[in-house]
Design a protein around this ligand. Sequence first.
Ligand code: ZN
Length: 185
Amino acid sequence: MARPVSGPLKVDFQPPSVGDRAWMARALERAREAWDQGEVPVGAVLVRDGAILSEAFNNTIRWSDPTAHAEVVAIRKAASGVGDWRLQDTTLYVTLEPCAQCAGAIILARISRLVYATADPKSGMVGSLGNLVQDPRLNHRAKVTTGVLSEASAGLLREFFRERRPRTAAVPFSDLPASPTEDEV
Ligand code: ZN
């Protein structure tokens, strides 16, 4: 039986904005690229004023780097690209709910808005196991939207794990719920 988390869990979700779907489609392209490279298919795109600052996908296997999640790679690229660790007024699109590390990085980078496609019930820290990006005790909070292209993202992950582990019964993300907020923006 899971023990209750301390701190706020509930996420104040905002409805999608015009353009979210197109940016998420681009993040999904990065996720497919990750798969082509043998990585777990998660992609991220960081946007400011309608322009891409960076885009990335998971590189944990190829780089032997447990921290090389799509979000962190995108944040590092963008910050070094603009020469500023603060990434205010940006929106991060990612195909899977961020983990604790990536949620922390979003706060450290002062990212204004996070849009993720589908929940990660096993390690997501923006609604599933906790909510690190809207904790009032921290010095920054991000707006959050989810459900944009959620079924496409969840399907990609399901397919990836099914193909990679054909003999095991347990398929991560097989129990992903369909998002109740799938949009038509
Ligand atoms: Zn992560």
